[in-house]
Design a protein around this ligand. Structure first.
Ligand code: OAD
Length: 254
């Protein structure tokens, strides 16, 4: 492992463009349960309504029964509220330099990469830090550090339609602007790619790693568990993200 840390540190020193693809595991050390972890908190992944967790957080359920989805938005918000970036977020932010562009494509909705000071963050699944009007004709949006003062079914102050957090619900499309940026930056190419703390279930987080590996571009995975990209990557660290990224950051300084 120590040799691999040094090898990745050397690659980072030379790299001009780096991509980190991150998932819930990166925020685990900030005390936010991982997505699978949160799902497992419900018996068999079922909510007390007897509806699967992923269904209550889906676009169609939000359309039909917004008060039910909101019950779980409050829960999601509670899980992320007041949480602080951990050594993994800080290491990624510290790797930014005038010579090295560090891009982060995250599936996390907790805003912790921004809070750590990362400048080039693509939030593929949106953010809990903002509320939007659910009526696409209405342009209302507001920053929301907390949902504490909201009624059980918050409504838009402009048009009275139901509000929603600016996150991607199941069965919804990813945000267009984020996807365009993600595609643009991939088309420019990266010298080094990391997959950190994600089970890598979606094609858009697997493909950049797959394509880089096929093109002989170095790839790294940091995850205590095996995932769908574990066999593809050049360097695999079966370890927590915080300590591993801090060691790699140190190795860039030698
Ligand atoms: P998951 O909960 O599926 O996976 C978290 C991953 O983090 C697992 O592979 C763990 O092994 C790993 N992990 C746990 N602790 C870690 C640590 N300290 N350091 C490094 N890795 C650690 O979360 P995601 O892969 O992010 O989508 O889930 C992806 C998407 O699935 C979510 O964004 C959500 C869900 O469907 C939507 O809501 C659209």
């Amino acid at each position: 492992m120590a040799d691999d840390v040094q090898a990745v540190g050397r690659l980072l020193k030379k790299a001009r463009r780096v991509l980190f693809i991150t998932g819930a595991g990166v925020s685990a050390e900030s005390g936010i349960p991982t997505f699978r972890g949160l799902g497992a908190a419900f018996a068999n992944g079922m909510t007390e309504e007897g509806i699967p967790f992923e269904t209550v957080l889906s676009g169609p359920t939000f359309q039909r029964r917004p008060e039910l989805s909101w019950k779980y938005f409050f829960l999601l918000k509670q899980a992320t509220q007041g949480k602080q970036p951990n050594p993994a977020h800080h290491a990624m932010a510290a790797l930014q330099s005038p010579q090295r562009q560090v891009w982060i494509a995250t599936q996390n909705i907790d805003g912790l990469h921004h809070l750590a000071g990362s400048k080039r963050v693509i939030e593929l699944h949106g953010t809990m830090k903002r509320l939007l009007c659910s009526d696409s004709e209405c342009d209302y949006s507001a920053e929301a550090d907390t949902f504490q003062d909201l009624p059980l079914l918050p409504r838009c102050p402009k048009c009275q339609a139901v509000l929603r957090p600016d996150i991607v619900l199941y069965e919804e499309m990813l945000p267009e602007a984020a996807l365009e940026r993600y595609a643009l930056e991939q088309s420019k190419g990266f010298d080094l790619l990391f997959s950190v703390g994600t089970t890598s279930i979606f094609h858009y987080v697997i493909e950049p790693i797959f394509n880089a590996a096929r093109a002989g571009i170095p790839t790294v995975e940091i995850n205590p568990d095996e995932t769908s990209v574990s066999d593809l990557v050049q360097f695999r660290f079966p370890a927590p993200a915080g300590i591993t990224l801090q060691r790699i950051l140190e190795a860039t300084k030698g």
